[in-house]
Design a protein around this ligand. Structure first.
Ligand code: FES
Ligand SMILES: [Fe+2]
Length: 378
């Protein structure tokens, strides 16, 4: 985070802690629960949000070396990220040009070539066909020219962004706005991937994002876990274009109160959540960072694939037990947040209580859903 932004946020955090004043919306907001359960709404979201906006699909360090790959099913579209020989991350359709077989699963290292398991058509790390058994049977297929479908993909400042429209143009400057410089300042290009976890959850993709957007629930739902280290419901909120930033100070932020204000820090003393439109959340925890991505099943508003990844500086000498740290962090999400959200999904699907409400203190939810509605209307 840039120095000036950090000073401003530190001062605001200390002031809010003193005065116990929260950022608030002007009024509460009633919401029709069908936005989480309706198939037509989901189809509209996939068409306009998921195919119309650059998606932060991975940390670059998840595919750190040439030949490293990662597969993602993004709203029903099978995608592979592969780092090529020049070090560029390619976003390719995970579908063989011959008869459409799936080429890769999970994540790993491909070696020099990508070989289709069905009839051994072979592609290089850029997705170009390099070999084909029985080539004489395919007079219209040109080895060296035919290739896998490519998505516009760009790696910038440690994030990989992808546009789920092969014919579209990826304009990251426009998509990121002022957050571009702020995300760059984290220096994630020098981070190392520490681990990832994938869940399929019975909740709408927006419920996954919603869990990160208010601190009203933290002292209650998380009273036995992360609620102990955060400052109750205190948080800072700022929208930035279609995205937003929430800062939840930890108790340790008070330790610097008597220091020169020019030296105040926020990053080591807060959980900082960036909601990246439409479907991702980047979280700075101080010593490490996390990226959550929520991908809907295109046929089911109640089914979402969540990929959660952890990274920390390459030079991290803390000798942390990453397995244990991830187990704890993922356990809070799984057993506390997502468990409640799966219940919300089932209750809204019952269709008896149509309406739910976002309080004035849940401004992050107002803003996210208003941005979602505006993008669908546009
Ligand atoms: S489907 Fe891939 S080689 Fe036949
Ligand atoms: Fe939570």
């Amino acid at each position: 985070m840039q120095h000036q932004t950090e000073l401003r946020l530190a001062a605001e955090a200390l002031d809010r802690i003193d005065r116990r004043v929260l950022p608030e919306a002007e009024t509460s907001m009633a919401v029709d629960g069908r936005r989480y359960t309706c198939r037509t709404a989901l189809a509209d979201e996939i068409g306009k949000l998921f195919r119309g906006h650059p998606l932060p699909v991975a940390f670059g360090c998840e595919v750190a070396e040439p030949g490293d790959y990662l597969t993602l099913d993004i709203a029903g579209v099978p995608v592979m990220l592969i780092r090529d020989d020049e070090g560029t991350v390619r976003g390719l359709l995970n579908t063989c040009r011959h008869r459409g077989a799936r080429l890769l699963d999970g994540a790993g290292q491909l070696g020099k070539a990508l070989v289709c398991p069905y009839h051994n058509w072979t592609y290089d790390r850029c997705g170009v066909l390099t070999a084909q058994p029985g080539a004489e049977h395919f007079p219209d297929v040109v080895v060296g020219e035919t290739g896998l479908v490519r998505f516009p993909t760009e790696e910038r400042d440690g994030f990989v962004w992808l546009l789920l429209d092969p014919a579209g143009t990826l304009d990251l400057d426009e998509a990121l706005g002022d957050f571009g410089a702020e995300l760059a300042a984290f220096g994630l290009a020098d981070y190392r991937h520490r681990g990832s976890h994938v869940w399929t959850k019975q909740m709408n993709w927006k419920l996954g994002v919603d869990t990160f957007l208010e601190y009203y629930h933290v002292p209650i739902l998380h009273r036995a876990s992360i609620g102990k280290t955060l400052f109750g419901t205190v948080f800072l909120y700022e929208a930035c274009g279609r995205h937003a930033r929430l800062v939840a100070p930890r108790r340790s932020i008070m330790d610097q109160r008597d220091d020169d204000p020019e030296t105040w820090r926020v990053v080591p003393h807060a959980t900082i959540v960036y909601r990246l439109f439409p479907n991702a959340v980047f979280i700075s925890q101080g010593p490490h960072v996390e990226l959550a991505r929520f991908f809907p099943d295109p046929e089911r508003p109640d089914t979402t694939m969540c990929r959660f990844s952890f990274a920390s500086p390459s030079e991290d000498r803390s000798n942390r037990d990453w397995e244990e740290m991830m187990r704890l962090a993922l356990g809070v999400l799984d057993n506390e947040d997502f468990a409640v959200m799966e219940g919300v999904q089932a209750n809204l699907a019952a269709g008896i209580q149509r309406e739910i409400v976002f309080g004035r203190n849940e401004i992050g939810l107002h803003n996210f859903h208003q941005e979602r509605d505006a993008a669908l209307a546009g």
